[in-house]
Design a binder for this molecule. Structure first.
Ligand SMILES: Nc1ncnc2c1ncn2[C@@H]1O[C@H](COP(=O)(O)OP(=O)(O)OP(=O)(O)O)[C@@H](O)[C@H]1O
Ligand SMILES: [Mg+2]
Length: 257
């Protein structure tokens, strides 16, 4: 947890914050239940800021938040005095609970590849705030380096080694974050992940082939065959090492592995 102050903090019961607590339908029952659960866990303030925008209530200022998806909204918040990310289930979410997602994320965080969930229940996950930028940021600015690629491969392999398949990694743009300064890759969002299988590396590799290697190369054919063996052989470390080596040679060059 970081201890940065939260500039312009807004009390979770304030009309500006309620749109994040019960998005998109602010109903009294939802507000009552969620406010009291959050306060009981030590979350009293949100910290406006981030890449996404929620519409304002009653013509006020729109609110900047970390992210808005189909199932939840994510906002910076304070857990006691620490900055955290608060993922809150949307009131129109097709999933009844975030608990299963939080369990998978916890397992991945113990393995070092996901932000740590501090507290969670059905309607929210209070987790480590990732100070960094998503993969898309580095990729679009031409700043995606060999170090990022190695970290990305390693994090996907670690998910496979603990039996978590993250099904959204074919588009890792906003699901993989690189922590400022350390380059460490953290994989977010376990809502469509499944336990007891593997293949996260295959998803990431398909992105790498599409975006960094290309389909019509000599290496790609061998790589595709190896990826299929990797799945069949339950994501063995030996095959991972071969895949890693081909990818790094294709993208970075032989001398840089
Ligand atoms: N721990 C975190 N630290 C910093 N930013 C985060 C964190 N968790 C989520 N975010 C931001 O919020 C965005 C949305 O998070 P997430 O993908 O978990 O939500 P979602 O509701 O599952 O979205 P989707 O419907 O697109 O799957 C992320 O892309 C990221 O930008
Ligand atoms: Mg999601």
């Amino acid at each position: 947890m970081r201890s940065d102050p939260c500039m312009d903090k807004v009390y979770i019961g304030d009309s500006r914050a309620l749109i994040t607590i019960c998005y998109p339908r602010i109903e009294p029952d939802c507000v009552r239940r969620r406010l009291s659960a959050l306060e009981a866990h030590g979350v009293q303030y949100i910290c406006p800021g981030g890449r996404s925008i929620l519409p304002a209530l009653h013509g006020g200022e729109p609110l900047r938040i970390l992210g808005k998806g189909h199932l939840s909204v994510v906002v910076k918040a304070l857990l006691d005095n620490e900055i955290v990310a608060l993922k809150i289930r949307r009131t129109d979410s097709k999933k009844p609970s975030l608990i299963e997602e939080a369990h998978l994320q916890e397992k991945a965080s113990i393995a070092g590849v996901a932000p740590r969930p501090y507290v969670y229940e059905k309607d929210f996950i209070v987790m480590e705030y990732v100070e960094g930028d998503p993969l898309i940021h580095y990729f679009e600015k031409g700043m995606f380096t060999a170090k990022h690629l190695r970290e990305l491969l390693e994090a996907s392999w670690i998910l496979d080694s603990i039996g978590i398949l993250h099904r959204e990694l074919t588009r890792p743009h906003y699901h993989v974050y690189f922590k400022d300064f350390s380059f460490k890759a953290l994989i977010l969002d376990y809502d469509s992940a499944i336990l007891g299988t593997c293949g996260s590396l295959n998803k990431v590799a398909s992105w790498i082939i599409r975006n960094l290697i290309g389909f019509r190369t000599k290496n790609t054919e061998g790589l595709v065959k190896l990826l299929s063996r990797y799945r069949k052989e339950r994501c063995s470390k030996e095959i991972y090492n071969e895949i890693r080596s081909i990818i790094l040679t294709s993208v970075v060059g032989p001398e840089d592995d």
